[in-house]
Design a protein around this ligand. Structure first.
Ligand SMILES: Cc1ncc(COP(=O)(O)O)c(C=O)c1O
Length: 388
């Protein structure tokens, strides 16, 4: 059983704020903060290179922890700065040819869409948008129709930045693997939120961030690459960590996923990320996921009960991100007045979700993103603040 009181006792930030901005950056548990600061202090005490050498085994364990969390091997993990860079290293590393069809869906994240548009200009790829089904998740039927017409890649955002939708990533993976299509999964909002097993999802690559539902430090992220992806992808840029300079005119790229990393890295936050992953594993991905679903469902019901508020989440399965609008009040105004009441939410603007919000005729929305450590009392506080 998940011990919410204990999780809160481990989270100093809950004493200061009501934090419903976990899809922005969550409140880290104390162990994450301590692990990060301890390493920074050690760097100051004995020197940065010496501190990383001393921590080498613990750094190695970070890859093991991430691999355990997602059902992968440590050699398939690259630690990078954020989810976007993880996604970029994979997608910009794909050997596209003019005319290649790349499928994506309405939940696609802005940075991924921008990158695909750049790749369209650069290589002449064709971007094909898969429609939603009647529930608002990706249409598996439309996906099959487009795969029948041929495609090289499917790029899916598991949970969008702007709503409660949880896309059926496993069904998409099963269909892509039937067609042999390269499957890129953006798990930025789903890691630490929904249990993730890359074997079941059948993705070729998965990108994730540390600071959101994993509750790790900012500026951390990772990329998972399947063995097939390791063969197919060439990093868009290399350094002396990703490759070895074997002679004046030659170099050799390393074979594991670290070829997608930089030599220089923030060891303190990498260790902090490892602590966050261990904390998530100990809390229990299945237990935390059910708790998130249950309190987000409570919040949606309570918001529905307010006459002037509309909830805009879609899809068959809904997670912890709750988006809504208050009649005749701009999202930023609501978010700022909640902030003054000590409640953190955020705003999802249309330009973060061009395939979705404008398509539904929606303006910017207020986003309250809940985590397992949020409580019913905090939901009461949000509802009261919206009522006044
Ligand atoms: C669905 C999704 N993908 C990718 C990103 C980008 O993540 P990062 O800022 O870690 O690069 C975000 C950030 O909000 C996101 O919501």
């Amino acid at each position: 059983m998940l011990d919410v009181a204990l999780a809160r006792a481990h989270t100093p930030g809950v004493d200061n704020v009501t934090h419903f901005n976990n899809a922005g950056s969550s409140l880290p548990p104390e162990i994450v903060v301590d692990t990060t600061i301890d390493h920074l202090r050690r760097e100051a005490e004995i020197g940065g290179y010496e501190a990383s050498e001393e921590a080498a085994d613990r750094v190695h364990d970070v890859y093991r922890s991430i691999a355990t969390l997602i059902g992968a091997q440590p050699e398939q993990i690259a630690c990078v700065e954020n989810a976007t860079r993880a996604w970029d290293m994979a997608v910009y590393g794909y050997p596209f040819r003019a005319g290649d069809r790349v499928l994506t869906a309405r939940a696609e994240y802005a940075s991924n869409a921008i990158a695909l548009l750049q790749l369209q200009r650069r290589h002449g790829i064709e971007i094909v948008l898969i429609e939603d089904d009647e529930s608002g998740q990706i249409s598996l039927e439309h996906l099959r129709r487009e795969l029948d017409r041929g495609a090289v890649m499917m790029s899916l955002t598991h949970i969008p930045t702007n709503g409660g939708l949880v896309n059926p990533a496993q069904s998409v993976g099963e269909i892509c693997s039937e067609y042999g299509v390269f499957y890129v999964l953006d798990a930025c909002q789903s890691i630490g939120h929904v249990p993730i097993d890359v074997g079941q999802l059948r993705c070729d690559v998965l990108s994730a961030t540390g600071r959101k539902y994993l509750r790790g430090p900012r500026g951390t992220g990772f990329l998972y690459t399947s063995d097939r992806a390791l063969d197919i992808l060439e990093p868009p840029f290399l350094d002396l960590h990703a490759a070895t300079w074997t002679s004046e005119t030659t170099y050799e790229i390393r074979s594991d996923a670290k070829k997608f990393e930089n030599w220089e890295t923030n060891y303190a936050t990498k260790l902090g990320l490892g602590a966050a992953v261990e904390y998530a594993l100990a809390a229990g991905p299945d237990e935390t996921w059910s708790r998130i679903q249950s309190i987000a469902c409570t919040l949606r019901e309570r918001l529905d009960g307010l006459g002037n508020v509309t909830v805009h989440d879609k899809g068959q399965t809904k997670g912890g991100i709750v988006t809504f609008s208050v009649q005749d009040v701009p999202a930023a105004t609501t978010q700022q007045s909640l902030r003054r009441a000590g409640i953190n939410t955020s705003v999802s603007p249309p330009e973060y979700a061009h395939f979705d919000l404008p398509h539904r005729g929606l303006p910017a929305l207020v986003r309250a993103s809940l985590h397992y450590f949020n409580t019913d009392a905090e939901i009461d506080q949000l509802i009261q603040a919206l009522e006044t």
